[in-house]
Write a protein of this length. Structure first.
Ligand SMILES: Cc1cc2nc3c(=O)[nH]c(=O)nc-3n(C[C@H](O)[C@H](O)[C@H](O)COP(=O)(O)O)c2cc1C
Length: 160
């Protein structure tokens, strides 16, 4: 990576975000997913959210055609889950408990919030593809504190 790219990545890393795991299921029924910090809200009416996926990700061929996906906002106790889903390829669901949601998409328990989405648009985003989902159902647990990512490190919100 060039010095310019490193500096660009470092500058982007100054934007503190939550951490999500985005899941879907292949037409063969195999669950897939990855850790994502590019999630954001787009529209309230209709209810739209977005995230972007590296074109080189192992999960790209599945997300490219998946009609549904789910975004899980991780809690501060779910750093291990984030690390599991940040691995490239492999069976990240081994040993995990999950339930099928809309379209059979795997739903993970004990998150801060979950958004079940129908894929509404896919846009070119350079070396990433931007996915826009229309939210079909959501769930949130206000008593759970979110995991935070900033400067390339996990952190948590300060307590009042
Ligand atoms: C905190 C964090 C945030 C991430 N955000 C994104 C993201 O928004 N988009 C993306 O494509 N990869 C993101 N990644 C990297 C992927 O999780 C990682 O490349 C993963 O191995 C991809 O899995 P796959 O190759 O099995 O699809 C993030 C990783 C971490 C640790």
């Amino acid at each position: 990576m060039s010095d310019d790219s490193k500096a660009f990545r470092q500058a982007l890393g100054q934007f503190a975000t939550g951490v999500t795991v985005v899941t879907t299921v292949g037409s063969d029924g195999v669950p897939t997913g990855l850790t994502v910090s590019s999630f954001n809200s787009v529209s309230l009416e209709p209810p739209l959210v977005l995230w972007s996926l590296d074109r080189l990700a192992h999960s790209m061929p599945v997300f490219q055609v998946a009609p549904y996906f789910a975004v899980h906002v991780l809690s501060q106790d779910q750093m291990n889950l984030s690390n599991t889903f940040a691995q490239a390829g492999g069976d990240k669901f081994a040993g995990l408990t999950w339930n099928p949601g809309i379209g059979g998409v795997p739903l993970l328990p004990e998150c801060c919030a979950v958004f079940q989405c129908e894929t509404a648009h896919r846009y070119d985003g350079g070396d990433h593809v931007i996915f826009v989902g229309e939210v079909q159902a959501f769930d949130s647990a206000e008593d759970r504190a979110p995991l935070v990512f900033c400067g390339g490190r996990y952190t948590r919100l300060a307590q009042d």
